[in-house]
Ligand binder design. Structure first.
Ligand code: MG
Length: 251
């Protein structure tokens, strides 16, 4: 069931979103060769808990997700499990996904960071993945349709020959981490539900350098590209308002 949010509820999601943004800012400063993904997880959890919030992802799903963040390196698309054994190396890219639950509401965002110096292909992939988010965001206005957002994301990524992951989508968010409706990163202009003020969405393009096809690893969580080429992820939680879309996972 789809529930539109009041201004008061949107303000509360923004409070959770500010914590998420603080975590991503801090992790972006931390990322360097030699650090493990568990180090990043510990830093994130400490910031979230010090803010009086809970990590949305910890214990989520089945098997229960063990981390406070998802940390996905290179060919890993999303849902990588933080581990002391996963030590960052120069030239890798790492996607970090963070969720915080604060005073009854969740917010969710992700960034892909360079570990030291990365090659031009990976840098372009990160840049275009972010650009695909903003292309979709620009279409998130009252009166448009969901497909207008999705098609803009897809067109931006595919214009560079990249693969857009279809099996995982963005989502509504609020009192629950994942609410209706789904927000696919591919679609058709003019199709799907009509966008209304009060809709709060987490849009999260997952863009692959090669094929769009993915596999799930034996840990039951980690999603990776089937051709082992790198993948990038960019996500924000935002609200659709009468005045236009507003990012809620910002400082
Ligand atoms: Mg999400």
């Amino acid at each position: 069931m789809l529930r539109l949010k009041s201004k008061e509820e949107i303000a509360r999601i923004r409070n959770a979103g500010r914590i998420v943004a603080q975590v991503l800012e801090a992790l972006g400063q931390m990322v360097r060769p030699g650090l493990s993904t568990l180090d990043l997880d510990a830093a994130a959890e400490s910031i979230i808990r010090r803010a009086g919030a809970l990590p949305s992802f910890k214990g989520y799903g089945e098997p229960p997700f063990p981390g406070s963040i998802c940390a996905s390196i290179d060919e890993e698309v999303v849902h990588g499990i933080p581990s002391a054994q996963r030590v960052l190396r120069e030239g890798q890219i790492i996607s970090v996904d963070v969720g915080a639950y604060f005073e009854g509401f969740h917010a969710d965002a992700a960034r892909t960071f360079a570990v030291g110096t990365i090659d031009a292909a990976k840098a372009k992939l990160i840049e275009v993945t972010e650009a695909s988010f903003w292309a979709g965001f620009a279409k998130a206005v009252v009166g448009n349709r969901m497909g207008d957002i999705s098609a803009a994301v897809q067109a931006t990524a595919e214009a560079h020959g990249y693969g857009v992951v279809r099996e995982l989508t963005g989502h509504g968010i609020g009192r629950k981490l994942h609410e209706d409706p789904d927000l696919p990163n591919y679609g058709h202009v003019g199709r799907g539900m009509r966008l209304e003020a009060g809709l709060v969405l987490a849009m999260e393009p997952m863009v692959n350098l090669g094929t769009r096809n993915i596999v799930i690893r034996e840990d039951g969580w980690t999603i990776a590209t089937s051709d082992r080429q790198p993948s990038a992820h960019y996500e924000n939680t935002f609200a659709i308002t009468a005045e236009g879309p507003v990012i809620l996972t910002a400082l």
